[in-house]
Design a protein around this ligand. Structure first.
Ligand code: SF4
Length: 699
């Protein structure tokens, strides 16, 4: 502040990091951001913030920002800086040529949970109405696509059931595969207040299901009642054992189930989970959780009062990710923990707009509002509005696009705001897919790893440079307000519109509010949303429509969106990824407070001073076996590849388990992750990789 001077104006906007969606006052001096001050009226943060939202905004004006478009004929040539018209014309010519020669299905696009709802909606519209295929996907593919599948199947819609403040009414909090104090810090602090009982009520009880001893398990004035340190990959077995206890000990809420759920399906499920092979005693060896701990956790969850489940990518990024989401929903329905404050099933979304990017129809099988592309009447609505005919078959997911590229049938890709060469698994395969394409268009702030394979680079704009909306993990839609002029001259929605028009589509949005009006017109859950209302009311939680004119802090209050809640049997199936003599340890991954995802933003801020490299956590027993001490360089190898990083010897992880973060490109943790993925959605199995760790002299 001393260097820049005192602010001369302030704009209220929304954080661009995690799915908590904190609101800030961006204090400006001219075109220079002076500081971000957490906004006391923010409905998600109530004036609180974390180190990322408050301090890690320097990337927005970082010297490495690319502000002019660039093109090249092939990836072995140097980039040529060109005008916007030339870059867009070059890209459109290539895309149109691929379409003419190979057909519409040879083209596709990838949207990002970093972008606004309006930008995401435009990318999927460009792919469907312009490219002519349903080959559109989002980076939620690699994080919460199993949430989409699992919650849709059981409850009828893909979203968390509660608002954050609902945790104040919880008596039992079950955290599975999430680390809220690092990954969702403001909500993590909110949860901690409830766990400390500083709201004048007895502290809520805490169950943590996680292979690692996350901070919540033991922190000042908080001690988890039960920590189920399961073997990575056995979530379904743990939840099945808990369901077994609930059903066989008569702890299920049969009145709730009879009234709200499909009773026949419940009976079928109850019969399955009651099998002796699903008992805690039988599954203890598989899960490595003692039977008594499984029983005690199940009893507490079922009988402790209002019980809420919070989960993260430790649930979804598995070969049984969708099954685990379903198993969680089954547990909540079986105990009647749905439809009121203090209970529910709550996916904690990693990125600021994961919920929104999924809501906007950026999956290849769904139009906005989670309506299947094969539904002719839904398609007709969009066809009439857009003046095109839409293909009824689902398109390709990201991994299928890359497979098809290697096979030669997929030739052109538009990627907005995602670095697939760093964030997707088995990056050797990603590189092969990208290298095989005729036209890769990267639209981003920085020349990222994916751009090494691009023919067109379209400079992107940061959240400070555009208007739009983000939707946080509690379905809260909030305005993102333009704070400064885009460094590249255009906000991202304008770039996508310009590309569409270069291809001959004739779009004419003058402002993102007009895109939201179109979203509201075509999406029943957003029918009552407009920029005017958001500006006046601060935020709205969808569904917002005739039935819920003021929005919906809690879902499934009187009935499930799908009618009767649906119990679905989830049989535990071990992952194909096996340990053995060559790879005897299991690697799992996660985030740290000061950094964010692959670090494209936080590494370009002073946050890197606090966490400058990824480390490998290894248990003292495993470290001693290998002669490894804290700070040593170690080689981490798997069947897919190998990388080098420093060791941190700690009993946070159990013997046989190692853990690392994935924030630094030097480490490239995804060199070692495998191709295995969720059976229903292809979400990669990042959380279980058989590895070996050995001494190394460094990279
Ligand atoms: Fe931003 Fe999430 Fe931190 Fe809030 S908790 S300031 S949304 S990163």
């Amino acid at each position: 502040v001393a260097e820049i001077g005192t602010p001369d104006r302030a704009v209220v906007t929304t954080c661009a990091y995690c799915g908590v969606g904190c609101t800030f006052r961006a204090e400006m001096r001219g075109e220079q951001l002076v500081r971000m001050v957490p906004w006391k009226d923010g409905k998600a943060n109530h004036g609180h913030s974390c180190v990322k939202g408050r301090f890690a905004w320097g990337y927005a004006q970082h010297a490495e920002r690319i502000t002019e478009p660039m093109i090249r004929d092939s990836i072995d040539q140097p980039w040529r800086v060109v005008s916007w018209d030339e870059a867009l014309g070059f890209a459109a010519t290539k895309l149109n040529a691929i379409k003419a020669r190979y057909g519409a299905t040879a083209l596709g696009g990838i949207t990002s949970s970093r972008c606004t709802n309006e930008e995401t909606f435009l990318v999927q519209k460009l792919v469907r109405a312009g490219f002519g295929s349903n080959n559109v996907d989002t980076c939620a593919r690699v994080c919460h696509s199993p949430t989409g599948y699992g919650l849709n199947k059981t409850f009828g819609t893909s979203a968390g059931t509660q608002d954050f403040d609902s945790v104040d009414e919880s008596d039992v909090i079950l955290v599975i595969g999430a680390n809220p104090t690092d990954a969702h810090p403001v909500f993590g602090s909110h949860m901690k207040r409830r766990l400390r009982g500083i709201d004048g009520r007895p502290p809520a009880k805490l169950i943590v299901i996680d292979p690692r001893r996350i901070d919540l398990v033991r922190s000042p004035h908080i001690e988890a009642d039960h920590h189920l340190a399961l073997r990575p990959g056995t979530n379904v077995a743990v939840l099945t054992a808990m369901a077994h206890v609930i059903v066989t000990e008569g702890l299920a809420d049969e009145a709730f189930i009879r009234e709200r759920c499909d009773w026949d399906e419940y009976q079928h499920w109850a019969e399955f989970v009651s099998l002796p092979t699903n008992s805690p005693e039988h599954l203890a060896a598989v899960t490595q959780v003692p039977a008594e701990t499984l029983r005690a956790a199940a009893r507490l969850y079922a009988t402790g009062g209002n019980a809420a489940i919070y989960y993260g990518l430790g649930v979804t990024e598995h070969s049984q990710g969708s099954s685990t989401v379903i198993a969680i929903a089954n547990l909540a329905m079986a105990t009647g923990n749905i439809g009121r404050r203090g209970v529910g099933v709550n996916p904690l979304r990693g990125q600021n707009n994961v919920q929104g990017s999924c809501d906007m129809g950026s999956f290849p099988h769904e139009l906005s509002g989670y309506r299947h592309i094969s539904n002719a009447s839904v398609r007709a609505l969009f066809e009439q509005d857009w003046g095109v005919e839409l293909p009824p078959e689902p398109g390709l997911r990201i991994p299928n696009m890359l497979d098809a590229a290697v096979e030669g049938t997929f030739r052109g890709l538009y990627v907005q705001g995602e670095d697939i060469l760093q964030s997707d698994p088995n990056i050797q395969h990603v590189a092969a897919g990208l290298a095989a394409m005729d036209c890769v268009i990267v639209h981003d702030l920085f020349l990222n790893e994916t751009a090494n394979y691009a023919h067109v680079f379209l400079p992107g704009s940061s959240f400070l440079e555009k208007d739009g909306t983000f939707t946080n993990a509690e379905r809260r839609i909030q305005l993102v307000r333009k704070v400064m002029t885009p460094l590249n001259g255009m906000a991202d929605w304008e770039v996508t519109q310009a590309l569409a028009n270069a291809m001959g589509l004739g779009w004419s949005y003058a402002h993102p509010s007009e895109i939201m009006d179109e979203i509201a017109r075509l999406t029943p859950t957003f029918a009552g949303v407009s920029f005017d209302r958001l500006d006046k009311e601060g935020s709205l939680q969808w569904p917002v429509n005739e039935a819920h004119p003021d929005g919906s802090p809690i879902m499934h209050v009187d009935g499930f969106v799908r009618g009767k809640g649906r119990f679905v049997v989830t049989d535990y199936i071990p992952t194909e990824e096996k340990t053995g003599p060559r790879f005897p340890l299991l690697l799992t991954t996660g985030r740290i407070l000061s950094q964010y995802n692959v670090g494209a933003q936080t590494r370009r801020t002073e946050n890197s001073l606090w966490h400058g490299e990824d480390q490998l956590e290894i248990h003292p027993v495993d470290a001693e076996d290998r002669g490894i001490r804290t700070g040593d360089w170690v080689k981490l190898s798997s069947r897919a590849g190998e990388t080098t990083l420093r060791a941190l010897v700690t009993d946070r992880v159990a013997p046989g388990v190692v853990y690392t973060t994935f924030h630094h490109p030097d480490t490239q943790a995804n060199v070692v992750t495998t191709d295995y993925s969720d059976w229903a959605t292809n979400c990669p199995e990042y959380k279980v990789t058989a590895v070996q760790v050995g001494a190394s002299n460094g990279p």
